[in-house]
Design a protein around this ligand. Sequence first.
Ligand SMILES: O=C(O)CCC(=O)C(=O)O
Ligand SMILES: [Fe+2]
Length: 298
Amino acid sequence: MKYSDKYFALDKDLGRPLTPGTEAYATHNSTGRPVVELTAEQRYAFDLRGWLLIEGVLSQDEIAAAKEHIYKVHHEPDSLLAHHRSSMGGPCVELIDHPVIVGFMNEFVYQPFTDGVKTPPLGNQWSYGFRMEMSFSQYRARGDGKFLPHNGNGMMRVPGDHHTYHAFPGQAHSCLTRALWELNPVARGQGGTLFVSGSHKAAFVGPESLRSMDSPFWQDYDCPAGSVLFFTEAVTHSSSVWDMDHPRVAIFNSYNAIGSKWHNWDPHPELLAEMPPMRQTMFRPVYVGGNVVKHDDA
Ligand SMILES: O=C(O)CCC(=O)C(=O)O
Ligand SMILES: [Fe+2]
């Protein structure tokens, strides 16, 4: 289904439609790779559960390069240029607008507001309609990590909270949103992230029993290296204790709507300067009205 086939529950200005055409959604990423749209099953699963695992996205070469970089960030930082000393430096910068990331964000994070007259949609073929918020990495050995459940009830929260999720017929929006790259295999029950599926839409406060990892509501996943796990920060979720022979090597990237900023974080200016222009649009100033880079500005 094309994005433009969707509808909004409420239009604007006495019923003028808000829905832009497909040209408002990037079809290629900043390095010219075609965007991978979610399947109907993936879109349904994310909306239903609040999280979505897409397995085996990266090639063996991409995994090896990203792992080597994250190893250096944690263990040999001096071997890296200062502005590449982060989880979005070196080869990992390619992950921040990977075609699978753009497809997901186009669907659940980008709200292509347009009045069809003065205010153009927030995205086009030169400009993403969503922001990148923050990036960090984990290099966890056996025993590292803690059970720390947080968030939930995202439909009941007001907009400034950011840990929100809103769903309407044919349209859903996640505010603060995570894309977590697992660069090593993860086995179920061995330390991957835990979720209470559906809790982003829950009307009731989570019961006390959720404070135990043994609650049957907690779910996790297994996956091969190079998989990406999307989740809304509105879903109840938790870190866990890593219990595998190999380390957990993971990159945690956060995204948000163009007019919303949660973290007091900005990319290293020299890293930003090295990015292709379209990738830089994920770091443009935070406001909504007319905040889009047009072809002429690029
Ligand atoms: O460490 C984890 O697995 C989950 C961390 C977390 O809460 C998050 O990424 O928002
Ligand atoms: Fe979290």
